[in-house]
Write a protein of this length. Structure first.
Length: 236
């Protein structure tokens, strides 16, 4: 497998500046949330929906939801009925983001894909092992709060607990979370408050259009999670 980019993991920060469709020249302006949302619908046939956004109040960026203690400022659904706002139509996407161009780009899970979430340290270890084994990968995002999400086939999230038990681990002992039907993930270039933007560790492309199944990814993620758990326990 060809490794497209190098990830540098340093205490919660991941280096990866190239976004889907973005030119590599420094003179090119960054793509807007609308442009990204349209690409996701047209190039990957993913549904999308707009989330909250950041507003500057007295010089401080705050979430448009109005909660001063919002745990995910500018990066969560704006309404409880968000599932009714998802769309795979580029025309509808343009209409939705015209209302609020700053809106987060959110992707529903359980449809075109599920997502497996781990810590950044676990994700980096897993990526290195998977690439050495030439294991096919789907897209992978990294978030500014130190998490990584691996895109997998829809339905995989529900299989994770049983698969982890079969491999000899307790699901509650591993920091491995699945996002499936009824859930969502934030996609680039969504910003999480002042922490930074969600970025691609492995961006969507023709090579990773086919997503991995549970047995192709969970064993490696579970192993990496167990390594992290042992390290944390040893240094507690």
């Amino acid at each position: 497998m060809v490794v497209e980019e190098t990830i540098t993991c340093t205490s919660g920060a991941t280096t990866n500046t190239r976004l889907p469709g973005q030119r590599t020249t420094s003179a090119a302006p960054p793509a807007s949330p609308l442009e990204h949302a349209v690409r996701y619908t047209q190039e990957r046939a993913w549904d999308v929906f707009p989330g909250t956004w950041l507003e500057t109040v007295d010089g401080v960026p705050r979430c448009a939801c109005g909660d001063s203690d919002c745990p995910a400022p500018g990066a969560h659904p704006a309404r409880p009925c968000w599932a009714d706002e998802t769309t795979g139509s580029a025309t509808t996407v343009r209409r939705l983001w015209e209302t609020e161009p700053r809106a987060a780009v959110l992707l529903p899970t359980g449809r075109a894909f599920d997502a497996l979430e781990v810590s950044e340290a676990v994700g980096c270890l897993a990526l290195a092992r998977l690439e050495r084994m030439a294991q096919p990968l789907g897209p992978v995002t990294c978030t500014p709060n130190g998490r990584m999400l691996f895109f997998v086939l829809p339905g995989v999230a529900a299989k994770v607990p049983a698969t982890v038990r079969r491999l000899g681990w307790s699901p509650t002992a591993l920091d491995l979370q699945g996002k499936g039907a009824g859930d969502w993930v934030a996609a680039p270039p969504t910003r999480l408050g002042t922490r930074g933007a969600v970025q691609w560790a492995r961006e969507p492309n023709a090579a990773n259009r086919w997503l991995p199944d549970v047995d192709e990814l969970v064993p490696t993620l579970a192993y990496a999670c167990s390594r992290e758990a042992v390290f944390v326990a040893a240094n507690a």
